[in-house]
Write a protein that binds this ligand. Sequence first.
Ligand SMILES: [Zn+2]
Length: 244
Amino acid sequence: MNEIEVMRILNQLINELVSRRGKTGRSSINQLSKVLLSRHVHIFNYINETNKLDIGMHEKIFMFINNCEKATCPQCGKQTRFESVTYGYRYYCSDTCANLDESTINKSKKSLLEKYGVDNPFKLPENIRAARLRRITSVQKSLKDGHQISPIYNPAGCQYFNQLMLESNTFIQHAENGGEYYIKELGYWVDGYDKENNIVYEYDEDHHFAYGKICERDLRRQQEIENLLGCKFIRINARNKNKS
Ligand SMILES: [Zn+2]
């Protein structure tokens, strides 16, 4: 009997064991596997010869089929518990080691936090941008499908820009005179854009501020836009109309 033949019969046995598992319960599985294997005495011997004798039949089958040794804990190197012929070995030897690894994960979270100001890679600027672009694609698709999506904007901001245009003799594109300017590379709409002078305007309402300072997120967004357009960026505080 060659190895392929042994594997084929073993796989059959495993399938039989797994399908009977519900009916027999966990405790009798080792017993059952012995019975099933005894029908194939040569395989039984084969396994007993090729593996050590101080481990259970199920584990032997698992080791044989997967051509593996006992598994060890990635934290401490101790051997981990064998669970079942379908599951194999536990990853950690104990909860203590699993929790230790958790603290390693927290450490990497912490370094993400220090490097990028986020605790989760999904919150990295490039990933947020990717998610936003996906959202925009779906918005564009639904527009094409005939659904109307009206952008949310602040009419007071438009009035402000209208006044500013009169005073400075410039044209600032905004929601009510052509639609908010859309930066397709970044997936952002800006409140106002003076294309001729390359000035972006943001009309910041209260929710853009935390403790009197403009939000981190808005500043990152501003930086991205400045980097791309090489523009001047003017923020107007909606409350007091101060520029910054
Ligand atoms: Zn361990």
